[in-house]
Write a protein that binds this ligand. Structure first.
Ligand code: PLP
Length: 390
């Protein structure tokens, strides 16, 4: 198929929901992807923070090949070797005490489950979330997501949600009452513009939750699996949530999510929640390979080191367009004074794929295997597409 034909088919028969760049991506390897015309790109999007291991990592490819021939699907009404091993691995890498997990297929599903489990476990209805927080697009997840453009067309949403300012410890106390089931927060707000959480704030929220019988949900769908320089971003601040939501990079590119739970989440009655595809052997095998590779290749440490260099390089750029550069590990945001769309297009023209985060932030979420040379190249291109100081 020709490039134009592919674009035309998607335009005519797709949902029309996604703003799309006129590029057809057909292949990937490591931190590089190729389009249908054979052009090569440095991928600083990693498919929205999914491809932490890089594209086509041999460990994931092999694990999927092996498992696909053995058993693709097996329901949760039977036990399975891959699922058992993955559950044990999640319990090992999660903070101490988080020993059980519910397996699902996406970030929104993980958040949806965490909200349900919090209500179930506390018998309380209300949820507190943060301004600029993003937790997904299904009704429950959308109800705790901040952006009104996403929320308004679908109201009425799930009732009982209150939003508080992020990183303001003084505003948490008054938001919690006897009706509050949970507080849900990201450790670094991703879609909201790459806003790192303050450790003191996050620990204060956790402490208050503990005192008031409220469950603390941490959404690490974007920050998990090495992205910020630790296996989980909560390790930067020594957090121990009651419910930990993960997804995106978890299964090396295959769709998967999970809620990992601590002891304050009570016993869940049989059949109150579930998922047909959740925890299928194929994605469990991919997730096992992903976790093993992150540890063997020390990708979290790599994200910390390369991220520091990347952040410093972006901060050294002198342009009147740049307001602030911030981030943690290889989750970086460049806050501009105006819309980022034209700069994203200019970067793509130069062979660099990056993401937006809100209207005015350029977000870099490269695979954690990105080379230092590629990082230097990206910094050079960013420098060239932004207007100069006069
Ligand atoms: C991407 C994201 C989600 C939603 O994940 P999907 O797999 O797209 O449903 C939820 N929370 C955070 C923090 C995310 O970045």
């Amino acid at each position: 198929m020709h490039t134009e034909e592919i674009i035309d088919l998607e335009n005519r028969h797709g949902s029309g929901l996604y703003p799309q760049q006129p590029l057809v991506l057909v292949r990937g390897e490591g931190a590089r992807v190729w389009d249908s015309e054979g052009r090569e790109y440095i991928d600083c999007s990693a498919a929205h923070g999914v491809a932490n291991l890089g594209h086509a990592h041999p460990a994931v490819v092999q694990a999927v090949k092996d498992q696909v021939e053995r058993l693709i699907i097996s329901p949760n009404s039977f036990y399975n070797d891959q699922r058992a091993r993955l559950l044990a691995e999640l319990a090992r890498i999660a903070p101490a005490g988080l020993q059980r997990a519910f397996l699902c297929n996406s970030g929104a599903e993980a958040v949806e489950a965490a909200l349900k489990f919090a209500r179930l476990s506390t018998g309380r209805p209300k949820i507190v979330s943060a301004m600029r927080g993003f937790h997904g697009r299904t009704f429950g997840a959308l109800s705790v997501t901040w952006r009104k453009e996403y929320r308004r067309p679908f109201e009425p949403l799930v009732p009982g949600v209150e939003f508080i300012p992020y990183n303001r410890a003084d505003r948490v106390d008054q938001a919690l009452d006897d009706e509050t089931a949970a507080v849900i927060l990201e450790v670094v707000q991703g879609e909201g513009g790459v806003i790192p959480g303050d450790g003191e704030y996050l620990r204060a929220v956790q402490e208050l939750c503990c005192q008031r019988g409220v469950l603390f949900i941490v959404d690490e769908v974007q920050t998990g699996f090495g992205r910020t320089g630790k296996m989980f971003a909560l390790e930067h601040h020594d957090l121990r949530p009651d419910l930990l939501c993960v997804a995106k990079a978890m299964a090396g590119g295959l769709p998967m999510g999970a809620v990992i739970m601590g002891p304050r989440v009570g016993e869940l009655p049989k059949k109150v929640h579930g998922s047909t595809f959740g925890g299928n052997p194929l994605v469990c095998a991919a997730a096992l390979a992903t976790i093993r590779t992150i540890e063997e290749e020390r990708l979290a440490e790599r994200a910390a080191a390369v991220g520091e260099r990347f952040l410093a390089g972006l901060r050294a750029i002198r342009s009147p367009e740049v307001r602030e550069v911030r981030g943690l590990g290889l989750m970086l945001g460049m806050q501009l004074k105006s819309n980022s769309a034209r700069y994203l297009a200019a970067l793509a023209d130069r062979g660099v794929l990056a993401l937006g985060a809100g209207a005015t932030v350029i977000r870099f979420l490269p695979p954690l295997v990105i080379s230092e040379e590629d990082v230097e190249t990206v910094i050079g291109h960013v420098n060239e597409v932004l207007p100069r100081d006069t």
